[in-house]
Ligand binder design. Structure first.
Ligand SMILES: Cc1cc2nc3c(=O)[nH]c(=O)nc-3n(C[C@H](O)[C@H](O)[C@H](O)COP(=O)(O)OP(=O)(O)OC[C@H]3O[C@@H](n4cnc5c(N)ncnc54)[C@H](O)[C@@H]3O)c2cc1C
Length: 266
């Protein structure tokens, strides 16, 4: 497990079995620093708020679909709070970058910053960063995640070529949290509703995965979201014949964790 604070600080003891990274490699993984300005902020559904950002030199900002930035959110005292958010969309012509924040009900740095954001506010970020990506050689694509993953899953599906069949299962709180997906690929998207249950460890996605009949050919799976759910889904895929190399798995959040992300390879 490695959080952004670990990567940001660098020089810490490596996690068991992982090699110590050079300062140059750590710096590369942190991503380039940028200072952005808020253009506007608005709710796109009851639990998702979009903040549009821009910057002066964004012609050099070249994200790949699904990649993230790390916001450095100023705090009244001490270090900024570093939080990972997906680049939902980047329009190079207008230099507009959309970031979608889940309003998960806690007044945490990420949520508070998105709720308070107003035009002209300035924020330091690092990025684009992250190894998430499509496998162009796959015969079909599978996406599993919760509401924190809608920006990544949608950005990735929108980047798929027309001929690529894709299947997505996304867990959200209520029907009002569903979003419309426009993609050229042939996509089957199924929303799974918690209907009042709190987000967190749950078997909603695992059950949907269990009844999903794999198409023929070689699949590639992007499995993201709450860490324990991601781990269970990854195990289920491996049990059903997926090779580890066919799965990208990453924990985006979990109850009690502050910022960061979880590698899921156990
Ligand atoms: C690569 C990557 C990309 C991500 N992309 C997005 C994105 O585009 N949009 C997005 O909203 N999130 C995204 N996340 C998840 C987001 O970084 C975390 O949810 C983060 O914890 C939010 O910061 P915070 O300040 O709100 O809460 P924190 O201060 O980090 O967490 C405090 C507590 O709040 C609770 N909590 C945090 N997140 C959630 C949640 N989603 N649901 C319920 N309780 C929660 C937990 O109990 C946690 O201990 C991404 C994470 C990663 C690793």
């Amino acid at each position: 497990m490695a959080g952004p604070d670990e990567v940001m600080r660098g020089g810490m003891a490596p996690a068991a079995g992982r090699p110590m990274l050079s300062e140059a490699e750590l710096e590369r993984r942190r991503g380039r620093p940028w200072t952005l300005r808020v253009v506007k902020a608005f709710d796109i559904n009851p639990h998702m708020r979009r903040v549009q950002l821009t910057g002066d030199n964004l012609e050099e900002f070249t994200p790949k679909p699904g990649q993230e930035i790390v916001l450095q959110i100023p705090q009244p005292a001490g270090e900024p709070a570093r939080r990972h958010y997906t680049i939902r969309r980047f329009d190079a012509a207008s230099k507009l970058l959309d970031v979608d924040f889940v309003l998960h009900g806690h007044r945490t740095p990420g949520v508070s910053w998105s709720l308070d954001a107003k035009p002209g506010d300035v924020i330091d970020i690092r990025g684009p960063r992250g190894r998430i990506g499509l496998n162009p050689d796959a015969d079909w694509h599978l996406f599993l995640g919760d509401e924190t993953c809608v920006p990544a899953i949608f950005a990735l599906i929108e980047a798929l070529p027309k001929a690529a069949p894709a299947f997505a299962f996304i867990e959200v709180g209520t029907a009002a949290d569903q979003q419309e997906l426009k993609a050229q690929a042939h996509v089957k998207l199924q929303w799974l509703l918690r209907d009042g249950a709190a987000p967190g460890p749950s078997d909603l996605l695992s059950k949907a995965l269990a009844s999903f009949i794999f198409p023929s050919g070689k699949g590639h799976a992007i499995v993201i979201g709450e860490t324990s759910n991601v781990r269970n889904q990854r195990h289920a895929l491996i049990e059903r014949g997926f090779d580890k190399s066919q799965i990208y798995a990453e924990g985006y959040w979990r109850p009690g964790r502050v910022g960061g992300h979880d590698h899921v390879n156990d």
